[in-house]
Each structure stands twice: as C-alpha cells, then as structure tokens.
Design a protein around this ligand. Structure first.
Ligand code: 13P
Length: 254
C-alpha cells in the first residue's frame, strides 16, 4: 500500500476573517494540480468559507484544530465533531502539544476525542512529541510511545487506518530549531515500528507520519526526502502563501 504524502497547515490562533480569506485565496491561486494531499486547518471561523472555496479542488481538504469528546450538549464554548463535519471538515488535529500543555489534555481525554472524531467520519491528525528535557535525557522514544499507547492504540485496525500521525518535537515548535532530517527519520521509523507491532506491517506501511516543528521552504526538501517522513504539519510558514506552497512542492519527484 502506498501511503499518502500530506502537507497540513495549522494556522493556530491566527488570522481574522478577512486575513484568513485572503490567505486561502492566495494559496489556492498559487497551487498547481495537487499530486499530494493538502489540508488547511484554520480557526473555526474560517472553516465554512474555506470548505466552499476548496470544494472543487482535488486533494485539498479542510481540518479543524480541536473538537470536544462529547457528541453535543451543554459545553459552553466547545465545538462538536458533527459540527465540523457539517461545514466540510475531513480532518481534525488532536493531541497537539499546545493543547496538551495549555489545556491539560491527557491520553485518556485524547482517546475519547479520537473516538468521537472517528465516529463522525473525521480523520484525526494525532500529534506526539517530546519536550526538550526528555530529548536531552534520551527519553524521547519513551514519551512518544506512551502518548501513542494512551491516546491511540485502543483503536481497532479499521479505525486506526483512518488516522494520520504527526511527530512534533516540542522543542522545535515555533523556535526555529528544526529536528535534523536524521532525528526526524529515527523517530518516524520508531513510530512505524510501534504501529507494526501493535497492528501489522501492512497497516504501518500505509500510515502517513508527518513531521512538524519549524518546517520552512529552506528545510522542507531535506526532511521530506527521509524514507519514513510522509510530509509536514506546518505552523508559522503556513501563514505565508508563498512559503506554504513552496513547502507543498518540496516532495522528492517520484
Ligand atoms: P511551527 O511550524 O510554527 O514550528 O509550528 C509547528 C506546529 O506546531 C504545527 O502544528
């Protein structure tokens, strides 16, 4: 099974309505026919508009940055997976380190969110990654293994095949410090091995694993050319149309 190559843009909490519309239009204008999948993950206010303008563009998808674990109800300020689906989302980022760090999201909560997303036909982009102290102590694999086991590995095979993984070392997010292509490859290979052990080699070979953390046009090619890196989850550089499109075009030619 050939796995998908994907570039996803995580706009985080940036872009008011006009700015987001202009950015999306500018990205769409610069895109050639897409050979790989591209996912735009803006704040909620942009989802409807973006899904309208991307509707007829093959391989361009819309994702959200979070959803609640419950189907609906009295959860003021939250958003339901079914609502995201109803405005055209196909993906939802779950387990981002900023959600883990600032909103206390742990493995049990994330497991529930993953279940709700999948039950509503949203594909989770499930993020894992160690902090700097864990990397310095050589404990990065332990941290990532625990995150996968607690948030994701309760899934059955069929459910798991709808998940995209993203390795985002926390020390590389928004810091300008990228993991080296070798560090990214080592971790991605490790993650794929865990997936093979839990599910099967076939499932592992079909799972897209994205790298995130200070990916820019200047380093995307070197990172995307690693055997187990299937694309990127892009923060800062996704807010500039030219940079984002340049990253989309950074996969090695087949
Ligand atoms: P930066 O690309 O800004 O480092 O952010 C990465 C990220 O967190 C994407 O989810």
């Amino acid at each position: 099974m050939k796995r998908k190559q994907i570039v996803a843009g995580n706009w985080k909490m940036n872009m008011n309505f006009d700015e987001g519309r202009d950015l999306a239009i500018s990205i769409v204008r610069k895109l050639g026919p897409l050979k790989n999948e591209v996912i735009l993950c803006p704040p909620f206010i942009h989802l409807n508009y973006l899904s309208v303008i991307s509707k007829d563009i093959a391989n361009l998808h819309i994702g959200a940055q979070n959803c609640h674990q419950k189907d609906k109800g009295a959860y003021t300020g939250e958003i339901a997976a079914s609502m995201l689906k109803s405005v055209g989302c196909s993906y939802v980022i779950l387990g981002h380190s900023e959600r883990r760090q600032y909103f206390g999201e742990d493995g049990a909560l994330l497991a529930a969110k993953v279940d709700t997303a999948l039950a509503n036909n949203l594909k989770p982009i499930f993020c894992v990654g160690e902090k700097l102290d864990a990397r310095e102590a050589g404990k990065q694999e332990k941290v990532v293994e625990k995150q996968l086991k607690s948030g994701l590995f309760h899934l059955g095979e069929t459910q798991f095949s709808n998940v995209v993984l993203a390795y985002e070392p926390v020390w590389a997010i928004g810091t300008g410090k990228t993991a080296s292509p070798e560090q990214a490859q080592d971790m991605h290979q490790f993650i794929r091995k865990l997936v093979a052990q839990k599910y099967s080699v076939n499932i592992a070979e079909g799972t897209s694993i994205l790298y995130g953390g200070s990916v820019k046009p200047a380093n995307a090619k070197a990172i995307f050319s690693q055997a187990d890196v299937d694309g990127g989850l892009i923060g800062g550089a996704a807010l500039k149309a030219a940079d984002f499109v340049s990253i989309i075009n950074s996969f090695p030619q087949a």
